[in-house]
Write a protein that binds this ligand. Structure first.
Ligand SMILES: Nc1ncnc2c1ncn2[C@@H]1O[C@H](COP(=O)(O)OP(=O)(O)O)[C@@H](O)[C@H]1O
Ligand SMILES: [Mg+2]
Length: 144
């Protein structure tokens, strides 16, 4: 499976569609690190990703809750984490962040993964979203 790619998204809808398509390709157990500034589109991508997995409930930013969990139709969970308010990996481990990465039936999306760079699993897929203009974003997917 080749998951190295770059696209130019011209709208929120295109970013959602890209997230949905990627979700349908990736196996259970996948963990995605979503990199990009505030307002880049990490949560928009996550909403599309959840749709691609068949999750129908509304997906909103977990900035204040840190984590939102959505059951997957086929079993397992989608964990959506926003670590903006987490200082470092020690604080993340204190709330058990590693447990969200350990379930082979579940998937995880991590906004602000920089906060826990030292404990991200090696298998993590990087999705980097960059502002190009008001409505354009460059999205790059890499697995190192
Ligand atoms: N091509 C695009 N892809 C994603 N979001 C876009 C795009 N163009 C404009 N936007 C806007 O950018 C914002 C992205 O917000 P959000 O996903 O919450 O960012 P983040 O989670 O990275 O902080 C939304 O207001 C969205 O409407
Ligand atoms: Mg966000």
């Amino acid at each position: 499976m080749n998951i190295e790619r770059t696209i130019l998204s011209a709208s929120e809808e295109e970013t959602e569609a890209f997230g949905a398509a990627l979700a349908r390709e990736l196996p259970a157990g996948s963990i995605l690190a979503l990199e990009g500034d505030l307002g880049a589109g990490k949560t928009v991508f996550s909403r599309g990703f959840a749709r691609g997995l068949g999750i129908e409930e509304p997906v909103s930013s977990p900035t204040y809750t840190i984590i939102q969990e959505y059951p997957l139709p086929g079993g397992g969970m989608l964990y959506h984490l926003d670590l903006y308010r987490i200082a470092d990996s020690a604080s993340a481990l204190a709330f058990g962040v590693d447990e969200y990465f350990a379930d082979p039936d579940s998937m995880a999306l991590v906004e602000w993964p920089e906060r826990i760079a030292d404990i991200l699993p090696d298998s993590v897929i990087h999705v980097s979203i960059r502002h190009v203009s008001d409505h354009e974003r460059q999205i790059t997917v890499t697995r190192p």
